[in-house]
Design a protein around this ligand. Sequence first.
Ligand code: NAD
Ligand code: UD1
Length: 340
Amino acid sequence: MKTLVTGGAGYIGSHAAIELVAAGHDVVVLDNLSNGTRAAVEAIGRLAGRDVPFVEGDIRDSACLDRTFADHCFDAVLHFAALKAVGESVAEPLRYYQNNVAGTACLLERMAAHGVKTMVFSSSAAVYGDPATTPINENCPPDPKSPYARTKLIVESLLRDTHAADADWRISILRYFNAVGAHPSGEIGEDPAGVPQNLLPFVAQVAAGRRERLNVFGNDYPTPDGTGIRDYLHVVDLARGHVNALDYLATRTGVAVHNLGTGRGHTVFEVVRAFEAASAREVPYRIAPRRPGDVVVSCADPARAGDELGWTAEYDLRRICEDLWQWQSTHPHGFRGIKA
Ligand code: NAD
Ligand code: UD1
């Protein structure tokens, strides 16, 4: 199979590209480098043992997409390209709708024009908002709380409508829980621009001495130690899920929705302790006010992915922290090599 990976120069897409090549796919990466790096694409080639063609281009650029689809005979598209910062999406909603929604509409249109009707889409657990029950299964009614999360839910509708109009489409919607960790080689990982907004990258930079201390956003939640609980999923497990999703689509048309998570939740303090053990470094912290918009618990029910995709997460929190530390300690300033 030949697969186009949009956003493949970014964090999750680069890991997925490696897993795809390992599973025997030919891969082409398309990315506008708004958050991804050329260095990540080069690392994919090294780790996959084969050069991966790279198109620097935008999913909103029809002419670029037409050229790319004409140059390669794709069977499927893995669609990671998106803007993903929740806070930024509140401040700049139109940029998010433009990029994530209009961008996906443009991509789908060009795919249809070239007869490519198989897509795996990166959705998010953020579409669930703050559900009343936990763990969260795919039937929980969506209730997105930010423009970012709404772009994901709107794209899900766009995909359903696309299939309703043309039953040949094969679409997999994957709702990721918290993607964390790095490739075990330590060669690729998350490379946040500026101050990390998410827990694991921040903790890793504190352990590396790049930041003084972690702010723990609230220790008075109704959880065993008072801090928020999340379902942290190793990025390689997540990447493997995309290979399973493509296999699943090989035998059926339609629109499928699957949670990708471990089904296990960890508190902020559990993460801090696990990271201290993995890095043999201290992670100083202080208790800060709750972060507006945070939910208490977010944990996946991944049973459907297990039953239908044959996928389950293999790596635990210890392994997540070890692999992240390997990446952080060998690439203290990520791919960019720039101090934030
Ligand atoms: P990332 O920013 O590292 O990767 C996204 C890539 O898409 C970047 O390389 C960026 O340059 C590229 N891109 C953005 N807009 C583009 C455009 N218009 N045209 C071409 N390329 C474009 O983010 P990530 O963490 O790897 O996330 C990948 C996908 O997974 C995103 O769709 C994100 O919303 C989704 N997701 C991520 C998480 C997470 O925990 N990181 C959780 C849920 C969902
Ligand atoms: C974030 C996104 C969400 C996305 C998810 C997965 C926000 C508001 N939400 O949520 O849309 O789907 O990642 O990528 O960005 N924490 C601290 N100190 C920090 C950072 C985080 O205590 O410096 C705590 C948080 O309060 C939370 C936990 O750590 O309890 C995890 O936070 P984070 O990594 O930002 O993920 P989410 O909140 O799940």
